[in-house]
Write a protein that binds this ligand. Structure first.
Ligand code: HAM
Length: 419
């Protein structure tokens, strides 16, 4: 029996990978303009890092981590997200000493043992961005403006930016108390999960998808009504700057996040087109996290986009695989050898060039050129070698040119690499 891949972990095949590259290239281009530099951190970290940052009572830490002991008995975990590893590296490498602001982005695989379905996988990929060192609400607005800019640039519409504030250690305990009291009166209507977590993590109850829980919590108190003065004014100013920048958003007072490190501004980029996996990107402020992980008391904010979800949304408008600039159709051994040298010499000039290796008929070679959507075809047979000229067909324009074979590499390279 052949060996198959692991459930919930996907191959990204040619034909799809072009969409991935398109999405990654735009991220690099846009993030660079906003001053971000790439950071690459390992996919495995000490388990403790995620327990301390994401929170012991979150779904991720309670049931979704790929945790194992290595041969020395150390507990390691495949990273379920990128923020904690980036902060760990920021502290360990003292990046805060380089500049008062660090703007970092990352791309790569993350791992969560979730039930796989459309848009939800066990190995998935995130493109994330983090800003460390700025408390001013302008930076919240700028990060959200960059996120919106990205969605515009990759032409993924049908998304809505929803924002909320989760308060801070000063105002959240009061809200938690009010929410717990509210939930206590409705315990019989809640699902088993919610009855268990209403004391440990009551905010998560607001996020439960079970219809009975949604109904029971319809009139639940909102964090926004319990914000302290500082958080309230921060949230108002974020909204003001977003309006100034022309970044559309809506306030969703019921939005909670699945990770415990958030404070103040939180947000999600939500779509209707992916069923229940409706968040294509999400993030927020985490002002206490750097200090909690043993670093200086610096504020932070960031987001991560789910690349598989972006790809699902982009697929309706498929990004085309690259087209060969030239296909050389060669007839006879001498012509095939000549074609082989010419192809290699053009490839060394980074011109995408293809030929047939099996001595097939001209008709079958032209069929392959068509299938590959080659822009040009050069036909090379014995008579062309003798004459020292060969016809170059422009497959889009339908025109044909007779070109001298001597110096043809330079001629074609000049034509196709200019501009
Ligand atoms: P998160 O909400 O857990 O946040 O994940 C961010 C995004 O990753 C989600 O909105 C979704 O698009 C994608 N995602 C999450 N789980 C899966 C999965 N199993 N399959 C496919 N896609 C998935 C974080 O991870 C935070 N670190 C974001 C952040 C950065 N906050 C501040 N900075």
């Amino acid at each position: 029996m052949s060996i198959t891949g692991i459930k919930g972990m996907n191959d990204i095949l040619p034909g799809d990978v072009e969409t991935w590259q398109f999405l990654e290239n735009h991220a690099r281009r846009i993030f660079r303009a906003y001053g971000f530099a790439e950071i690459r951190v390992p996919v495995v970290e000490k388990t403790e890092l995620f327990c301390r940052s994401i929170g012991e009572t979150t779904d991720i830490v309670e049931k979704e981590m790929y945790t194992f002991d290595d041969k020395s008995g150390h507990s390691l975990t495949l990273r379920p997200e990128g923020t904690a590893p980036v902060i760990r590296s920021f502290i360990e490498n003292k990046l805060y000493a380089r500049d008062s602001v660090a703007k970092l982005y990352y791309l790569g695989p993350m791992f969560r043992y979730e039930r796989p379905q459309k848009g939800r996988y066990r190995q998935f990929h995130q493109i994330g961005a983090e800003i460390l060192g700025v408390e001013d609400p302008k930076i919240d607005a700028q990060l959200l403006a960059m996120l919106s800019h990205y969605f515009e640039a990759v032409e993924i519409g049908d998304v809505e930016l929803q924002i909320n504030s989760l308060g801070c250690p000063e105002c959240r305990p009061g809200y938690r108390k009010a929410l717990t009291a509210f939930l206590e009166e409705r315990l019989p209507a809640l699902c088993d999960d919610c009855r268990r977590r209403y004391l440990t993590n009551p905010l998560r109850v607001l996020d439960c998808k079970v219809p009975g829980c949604r109904e029971a919590t319809a009139g639940a108190p909102a964090m926004l009504d319990h914000l302290c003065e500082g958080c309230d004014s921060h949230f108002a100013r974020v909204q003001g700057f977003l309006r100034d920048l022309g970044t559309p958003f809506v306030v969703n007072p019921r939005m909670v996040r699945g990770l415990d490190y958030y404070s103040k501004t939180t947000f999600e980029m939500v779509t209707n087109s992916l069923g229940s996996q409706n968040a294509v990107a999400a993030g927020g402020r985490y002002d206490g996290l750097v200090e909690d992980l043993g670093g200086p008391a610096l504020p932070g904010i960031g987001f991560a986009m789910g690349v598989e979800r972006l790809v699902l949304m982009k697929n309706s408008q498929q990004v085309e695989p690259p087209r060969p600039e030239l296909f050389i159709a060669a007839l006879g051994e001498a012509a095939a050898n000549h074609a082989f040298r010419l192809m290699t010499s053009l490839q060394r000039r980074c011109i995408h060039c293809e030929m047939d290796y099996e001595g097939k008929s001209l008709k079958s070679q032209l069929r392959r050129a068509d299938k590959l959507r080659a822009r040009h075809v050069l036909i090379l047979g014995e008579s062309e070698l003798t004459a020292g000229t060969a016809p170059l067909r422009d497959m889009d324009g339908g025109t044909q040119d007779l070109l001298p074979l001597a110096g043809i590499e330079e001629l074609l390279a000049e034509r196709w690499t200019v501009g």
